[in-house]
Design a protein around this ligand. Structure first.
Ligand code: BG6
Length: 484
């Protein structure tokens, strides 16, 4: 029997994400022969495009973003999979076009992946209309839906969106994306923790002093003010990317790599997170944010946040987890730094003044992907200890290829039905439960810490350093000089 056809339907095919990420990632998977042999890709948009327009658009996207020469033979086969269908998302009648288009491609028993790469206000329209035309029902082939972030604007809206999605798709058919989970080094957190024996025995409050997650960006709000000024850093970054990294670091070992086993443990971390006190938060705007195109001149949207939180369980009770993220900062870097406790007693002289340093394990998610571990070593010919670095750079250890883009992995996993790196409905709601009170407190509570400002190209406001200083901790950025 021949393989069933797989049809990937991209809603929002004319958009930026499709051009930058989806088309290049699909093509790279295609070249690596990882996609199903019988494949069709249907681009959905509201513009008056033809199949040829889509093909030209896809070729331009590859030239601009694929990062490699385009293999001519592969392209010829790939372009034969592409077709375009016009749908006006809020208009139910136009979904008939899509149904007809898809019915002409196969006999209905194919597999279908619906990918929502569209503005979030249309998620519900698309889901409802797919349901209305019975396009989510599995009769022979599977039906899956991939939903981009942001998933909801707060807990209430995320909950109603979950309800709308569940009225058409079963949770097992739903793949909510957080592209940070597709990053190789984010996945490596799991390999590091659970494919080695040396870390797990010390991965707890007895040995770890504090954990820091930094997601720093050099870009400013750019052309995205329309979206960003309504969202801010808590919704844009902390609710999803930072809390996901946190749960990978803090979760208990799952019994297998199965999607639900893994997500059961991640969700427990979020649910065990103690409500964050406003005095454990810092919010700030980079200088000039309110003058950016599309930003309200009196905007109170934070472009930077730092948060100290605690996970109330046996492993982590009272160990601070510090999260920070911001735009227009000095370096683009995402890393997790785990600081261990100091040796209880020092019998050595030190190269620098102070106590013996804490060992620190840094996981560099990007760029310069790798791991660093600081240890104390003896300076040759002297009885003095000095901090030195043990390093693993992905580039040196795995020379063969460039690291695949996160979307390459995630698209493949969705096609293969592996939901481990996607967010489950309870996870998304638990994450909102953590950030909602902070955002509300900032907006309404007169006792909330005031908005700070920070210079473009700095490491953020001084108040974020003070947050750690209370316990004599200090932000560590090991892959880069921390110039603060
Ligand atoms: C997105 C945010 O989810 O992640 C953007 O909406 C942010 O504001 C981006 O710039 C960062 O992703 P990456 O992969 O470049 O770190």
């Amino acid at each position: 029997m021949s393989n069933p056809m797989t049809v990937i339907v991209i809603f929002g095919v004319t958009g930026d994400l499709t051009r930058r990420k989806l088309i290049p990632s699909l093509f790279r998977n295609f070249v690596k022969a990882r996609l199903p042999r019988e494949l069709k890709i249907v681009g959905v948009g509201r513009r008056e495009w033809t199949d040829e327009t889509l093909i030209d658009h896809a070729y331009d996207a590859l030239r601009e973003f694929s990062g490699a020469d385009i293999d001519g033979a592969a392209w010829n086969c790939f372009k034969a999979t592409l077709s375009y269908c016009k749908v006006n998302l809020p208009q139910p009648a136009t979904y008939q076009n899509l149904k007809h288009h898809l019915d002409c491609l196969d006999d209905g028993s194919c597999n279908r992946l619906y990918y929502l790469s569209i503005a979030p206000e249309f998620y519900e329209d698309v889901v409802t209309n797919l349901g209305r035309l019975d396009m989510a029902r599995e009769n022979g082939g599977w039906r899956r839906i991939v939903i981009e972030k942001p998933f909801g604007y707060d807990l209430n809206s995320a909950h109603s969106l979950n309800e709308a999605v569940h009225s058409v798709f079963d949770e097992s058919q739903v793949y909510r994306i957080d592209h940070y989970l597709g990053k190789e080094t984010a996945q490596n957190i799991l390999f590091m923790r659970f494919a080695n024996t040396i870390f797990e025995p010390i991965w707890n409050r007895s040995h770890i002093s504090n954990v820091q997650v930094t997601v720093a960006e050099t870009v400013d709000v750019g052309t995205r003010a329309g979206y960003y000024d309504n969202s801010g850093v808590m919704r844009d970054m902390v609710q999803n990317h930072l809390l996901q990294l946190l749960s990978l670091i803090a979760m208990e070992p799952p019994s297998s790599f199965d999607g639900n086993a893994l997500r059961n443990e991640k969700v427990k971390v979020l649910q065990a997170t103690r409500p964050v006190r406003l005095c454990d938060t810092v919010r700030a705007q980079y200088d000039g944010y309110c003058r950016a195109d599309g930003v309200a001149p009196d905007s109170t949207t934070p472009t930077y946040a730092a948060v100290r939180l605690f996970i109330d369980n046996w492993r982590w009770k009272d160990i601070p987890f510090y999260l920070r993220s911001g735009k227009a900062l000095r370096s683009k870097t995402t890393q997790v730094n785990i600081q261990f406790k100091r040796p209880p007693n020092s019998i050595f002289e030190l190269a620098a003044s102070g106590d013996l340093s804490r060992n620190m394990l840094s996981i560099c998610i990007q760029p310069d992907e790798g791991m660093h571990m600081t240890i104390q070593a003896k300076i040759p010919d002297q009885q003095i200890a000095k901090t030195v670095d043990m390093e693993l750079h992905y580039e040196d250890a795995f020379v063969a290829d460039n690291l695949p883009d996160a979307y390459e992995r995630l698209l493949l996993d969705a096609i293969n039905g592996d939901a481990a790196l996607f967010i489950r409905s309870d996870e998304i709601e638990s994450a909102w439960q953590i950030v909602d009170p902070i955002i509300e407190g900032w907006e309404r509570d007169p006792a909330a810490p005031p908005m700070q400002s920070y210079p473009v190209g700095s490491w953020g406001p001084g108040a974020a350093d003070d947050l750690l200083d209370r316990e004599e901790h200090i932000w560590r950025v090991s892959c880069f000089e921390h110039g603060a």
